[in-house]
Design a protein. Structure first.
Length: 211
């Protein structure tokens, strides 16, 4: 699809399901080569807001790449080794606690949902994303997320959300957006691997919109 271009960053949702340190350590022993990076300075105002408001949401843990920490439906569709090629496209993860992250940014284990984040923190996100797009000469971002993650950016003119439909024209969502994330994870895996977005995915259609 023509809207998946290298000048349009893909925004992923974080996940409530996360790997504990021992699980990640086993993955690292299997030969996964991911150099942890530090969270980008551009999004520090959001992190400062959540750090002040949600001091009790962090678990005692080590810092590991976000793409290894998250383990929800979306992330289960992406082979671990494929994250080593994630720089094929500009990909960011929207974390309820950390804000926008690169997949390799090292994070602690935490428990905070985007629906729990206060408005004063979420209000910072569109401005920070717009500055990031300008700095890196990127166009509108595409959110591969549920509508709740897209809500702070809706109507701001800097992002669109991927919508998925079945053969009957019904939007694919599912309980807690599980069916959406199942398909969206497969789409990202295809894109990172250099394949067509819908390769091997039957009965699925998509579009991006401001809604």
């Amino acid at each position: 699809m023509e809207f998946f271009k290298k000048d349009r960053p893909l925004i992923l949702a974080c996940s409530a399901t996360k790997r504990i340190d021992s699980e990640i350590e086993e993955i690292m022993k299997s030969g996964v080569s991911l150099k942890p990076t530090t969270s980008m300075e551009e999004f520090s105002p959001y992190r400062e807001c959540t750090e002040a408001a949600y001091k009790g949401c962090l678990y005692h843990s080590k810092r590991y790449p976000a793409c290894l920490r998250y383990n929800g439906t979306f992330y289960k569709q992406i082979p671990i080794k494929l994250w080593e090629q994630a720089n094929r496209l500009p990909v960011l993860i929207l974390s309820a606690y950390y804000g926008l992250l690169r997949p390799t940014d090292a994070i602690l284990n935490y428990n905070l949902a985007i629906s729990q984040v206060k408005t004063s923190c979420k209000r910072l996100l569109p401005t920070l994303l717009e500055s990031y797009l300008d700095k890196h000469n990127l166009k509108k971002a595409i959110f591969l997320t549920s509508s709740s993650y897209f809500l702070p950016f809706k109507g701001k003119g800097i992002a669109e959300r991927l919508h998925l439909y079945d053969q009957s024209g019904n939007e694919i969502i599912g309980p807690y957006a599980r069916d959406y994330y199942l398909m969206a994870g497969k789409i990202l895996a295809n894109l990172v691997a250099g394949k067509g977005a819908l390769t091997g995915i039957e009965g699925c259609f998509m579009e991006v919109s401001h809604a």
